[in-house]
Design a protein around this ligand. Structure first.
Ligand SMILES: *Cc1c(COP(=O)(O)O)cnc(C)c1O
Length: 468
C-alpha cells in the first residue's frame, strides 16, 4: 500500500524541485549585495512593514514560496546590518562566509548533537574544536569545553560547576541536597561585572546581591591591592574584556592569590578571551590560564553565526558531574557525548560552523582578525579625538567609550547617530556620565567604514547643536 498525505506529497515536491532552497539562497545573496549600503538599523518608517505579520494563523496550508516571499518583502527592511561594516552596537560580531555556508549544510542535515550515536560528525567536530580552542587560547591542557548558545549560558554553567565543586569540598553535595542549609560561598567580583554574571548567580540560587564587590581602577579593572579577602570557599569572577571599555583584569596577581588559597576563579571572556589568540593582545591575558573556568562567545570576536558560545572548565570531571544526566535509554558512547558538557540534551550541532571558522582561518587568520578589530578601534579613536570628541577609555582592544563636551550634547549626538542610520552605536553610563559605546567586532569593517562613521558622528553633533 502506498499512502501519502497531501502534505507529505507537497513537502516532497518542495525538496525535489529545490525551488524554496534556491529562493532562500537568492534572498541571502540579495542581502549581502545590499548590506553595505543599507541603514545600520531600520528607520521608524520601515518598521511599519512589520504589521504585515499581524494576522491570524491561516487555516489552510500556504504556498512555501509565498511564506518566504513575505519574509523577504516585509522582513528584509527590518534587519540590523550586522553583515556590513558599520554596526557598532553592543558587542555583536559579523559573519564569516565559510561559517554561514557550513551552517547551511548543518541545518540541512538537522543533526542533534546530544549524543555521538545521534551524530558522529557533530561529536567529532566538537571534540576537534575543543582541542583546537584550548590550544589557540592557551588554556590548560585537557580543559573541557561545552558548546552552548552564548556567554550567558556558558557563565551559568561555569558558576554552577564552581558552586558544586566548592560545596563538595566542604562535604555538601548540592546536586542531591540542594542549597537548603548549605554552607555559604563567598562570591567576589568586580564592580563592573557584566549583568549576565549577576543573572547567573541568581539563577543558581546564590543571589545576585549576596556578593562582595571588588573596587576597580579607572579602566574598570579589579585593583589587586584592594582585592577583598578571599579563601578556599570563594568564587572569584574576573573579566577578560570590560563590557564597555574592553579592559582586562590583571590575571597574574589575582589568579596567584586565588591559587594560593584554593579559591575558584571564573573568567568572563565573552569577547576578550580571543585576545589570547592574537600576538598583539596576548600580553593582556597573561596569567588567565591559571583560572578554573572561562566563558566565551564564538559569535562575537570570531564572527561565527549566532548562536555560538563555549564554556571551558579545567576540571573535566567537575563539568561532567554538574551537567550529567541519566536515563535508561541514553546510550553513551566511546566517543565524546556532548550532552555531558552542557545543560541541554537536544541541540543543534553548532560545533560544525565553529570548526569551519577555525579550519578556514587557521591560527594566522584568527590573529589577523583580532588584530584588525583592534586596529580599527584605534583608528576610530584617533579620528574622533582629532574631531574634538573625548575618548574616555584606553583603547586596548575593540571597544571605545566616547563623549562630547557635555552630557546633554552626548545624549543628543547619540540620538542623532542612531536615527541617521549611517552607523549604529549604543549608549551606556560610564562613571556617572552618559557615553556613546562603540564596539568594533565585524571582519567587514574597514578604515573607510570608520571614516564614514566618524563623519556621521560629526554630522550628528552638528544636528544636535542646531536642534537645541
Ligand atoms: C556579550 C557578553 C556577555 C553575554 O554573552 P551572550 O552571548 O550575549 O549571552 C557576557 N559578558 C560579556 C563581557 C559580554 O560582552
Amino acid at each position: 500500500m502506498q499512502y501519502e498525505t497531501e502534505l507529505q506529497r507537497e513537502m516532497n515536491r518542495q525538496l525535489d524541485e529545490k525551488q524554496i532552497l534556491e529562493q532562500a539562497k537568492s534572498y541571502a545573496f540579495d542581502y549581502f549585495s545590499r548590506v553595505s549600503e543599507m541603514r545600520a538599523v531600520p528607520s521608524e518608517e520601515s518598521k511599519r512593514a512589520l504589521t504585515a505579520f499581524d494576522e491570524a494563523i491561516p487555516y489552510e496550508s500556504q504556498s512555501p514560496e509565498q511564506v518566504l516571499a513575505l519574509l523577504q518583502s516585509a522582513g528584509q527592511s527590518n534587519l540590523s546590518a550586522q553583515g556590513g561594516g558599520r554596526y557598532f552596537g553592543f558587542v555583536n560580531g559579523g559573519i564569516l562566509p565559510v561559517s554561514l555556508a557550513a551552517r547551511w549544510m548543518a541545518d540541512a542535515w538537522d543533526q542533534n548533537a546530544a549524543l555521538s550515536v545521534m551524530s558522529p560528525l557533530a561529536a567529532k567536530l566538537e571534540e576537534v574544536s575543543e582541542r583546537w580552542l584550548v590550544d589557540l587560547l592557551e588554556l590548560p591542557e585537557g580543559t573541557a569545553a561545552g558548546f552552548v548558545s552564548g556567554s550567558s549560558t556558558a557563565t551559568l554553567c561555569a558558576l554552577a560547576v564552581a558552586r558544586d565543586a566548592l560545596l563538595l569540598r566542604q562535604g555538601w553535595d548540592v546536586r542531591t541536597r540542594g542549597l537548603y542549609g548549605a554552607p555559604m560561598i563567598r562570591v567576589v567580583l568586580g564592580e563592573q561585572a557584566h549583568s549576565s554574571v549577576f543573572k547567573a548567580l541568581s539563577l543558581i540560587g546564590m543571589g545576585k546581591e549576596n556578593v562582595v564587590l571588588a573596587s576597580v581602577d579607572a579602566q574598570g579593572r579589579i585593583d589587586p591591592a584592594n582585592l577583598p579577602e578571599i579563601d578556599g570557599n570563594t568564587l572569584l569572577i574576573l573579566q577578560a574584556g570590560n563590557v564597555n571599555g574592553g579592559a582586562f583584569d590583571p590575571f597574574e596577581p589575582l589568579c596567584a592569590r586565588a591559587r594560593a588559597c584554593g579559591a575558584w576563579v571564573h573568567v568572563d571572556g565573552a569577547f576578550g578571551l580571543w585576545a589570547a589568540s592574537c600576538k598583539e593582545t596576548k600580553p593582556m591575558t597573561r596569567g588567565m590560564d591559571q583560572a578554573d573556568s572561562w566563558s566565551c562567545d564564538a559569535h562575537k570576536t570570531l564572527n561565527a553565526p549566532y548562536d555560538n558560545g563555549i564554556v571551558f572548565c579545567r576540571d573535566r570531571g567537575a563539568l561532567v558531574q554538574t551537567m550529567q544526566a541519566t536515563g535508561s535509554y541514553l546510550q553513551y558512547g566511546e566517543e565524546r557525548d556532548s550532552m555531558l558538557y552542557t545543560p541541554e540534551m537536544s541541540r543543534r550541532a553548532r560545533g560544525i560552523e565553529l570548526w569551519a571558522a577555525l579550519r578556514f582561518l587557521g591560527r594566522s587568520g584568527v590573529d589577523v582578525l583580532v588584530a584588525g578589530l583592534c586596529d580599527n578601534a584605534r583608528y576610530f579613536a584617533g579620528l574622533l579625538l582629532a574631531r574634538g570628541f573625548r575618548v574616555l577609555n584606553d583603547v586596548v582592544y575593540n571597544q571605545l567609550i566616547v563623549a562630547c563636551d557635555t552630557p546633554d550634547e552626548t545624549r543628543a549626538t547619540l540620538r542623532e547617530i542612531q536615527s541617521g542610520g549611517v552607523c549604529w552605536c549604543g549608549g551606556a553610563v560610564w562613571k556617572n556620565e552618559p557615553v556613546i559605546r562603540v564596539s568594533v567586532c565585524s571582519w567587514r569593517t574597514t578604515h573607510a567604514d570608520v571614516e564614514i562613521s566618524v563623519a556621521a558622528f560629526e554630522n550628528a553633533r552638528e544636528r544636535a547643536a542646531q536642534s537645541k
